[in-house]
Design a binder for this molecule. Structure first.
Ligand code: TMP
Length: 203
């Protein structure tokens, strides 16, 4: 029997986190291991509605409103997350670290406020392991250019994403045993086998 872990994939735009999450999901499917995958913002029906609102290019909310909307999207996922917590493996594309990295390290929103609301929402729900995908400026720009359309959060300047990535690194270094830093500038299939090996060990 596998361990019913909560595994998060983090990283800035173009870091390949969603690709790797999907590869992990395929890998688990092949092994007949029950799991769910969700993304944030989004995941559940109501959370997807909030995602559209936040990321719409015509939206122009201030940074605190954005924070509250990201947390509202998370709040709408809790029913789903709590339903499967410790019952199935849960794969999440972005979670609390994204809020701290983007809203606090990137945009300067008060960290205590972010932590307070997150703790209030999540209570005993805990992440077991995080894959942090990092990417250099050149590859990030190259990968963003390949996207068919860009949303409101794909359009910050490059320095913003560097600040966010540094924020992610600070979070990872504090609890390094619970993180695997994946160098997304390296070969994608090399990284895929690195991640799948780690997943097999974890579960
Ligand atoms: P995605 O395109 O990877 O799904 O992410 C959507 C954007 O939302 C991405 O730019 C990161 C941002 N985001 C935050 O700023 N704060 C958060 O708490 C989350 C979950 C995402």
């Amino acid at each position: 029997m596998s361990k019913k872990l909560v595994i998060v994939f983090e990283g800035i735009e173009g870091s390949g986190k969603s690709y790797h999450l999907n590869e992990v999901s395929k890998h688990l499917k092949k092994k007949n291991i029950d799991h769910i995958k969700i993304r944030e913002p989004g995941g559940s029906q109501n959370s997807e509605k909030i995602r559209k609102l936040i990321l719409n290019n015509k939206s122009s909310f201030n940074k605190e409103t954005d924070l509250l909307l990201y947390l509202a999207a998370r709040s709408e996922n809790l029913l789903l997350l709590k339903k499967y917590y410790k019952k199935k493996i849960i794969l999440i594309d972005r979670f609390v670290d994204s809020t701290i990295a983007y809203q606090h390290y990137g945009l300067g929103v008060n960290l205590k406020l972010i932590k307070f609301i997150n703790n209030y929402l999540l209570k005993k729900f805990k992440v077991n392991f995080t894959f942090l995908n990092i990417v250099n400026k050149k590859n990030m720009i190259k990968r963003l250019k390949l996207r068919k359309s860009l949303n409101r959060y794909d359009k910050f300047n490059n320095n913003f994403y560097q600040k966010v990535q540094k924020g992610f690194m600070r979070l990872a270094k504090r609890k390094i045993k619970k993180y695997k830093i994946v160098n997304s500038n390296l070969d994608i299939s090399y990284n895929k086998s690195l991640i799948l090996n780690k997943i097999d060990k974890l579960i």
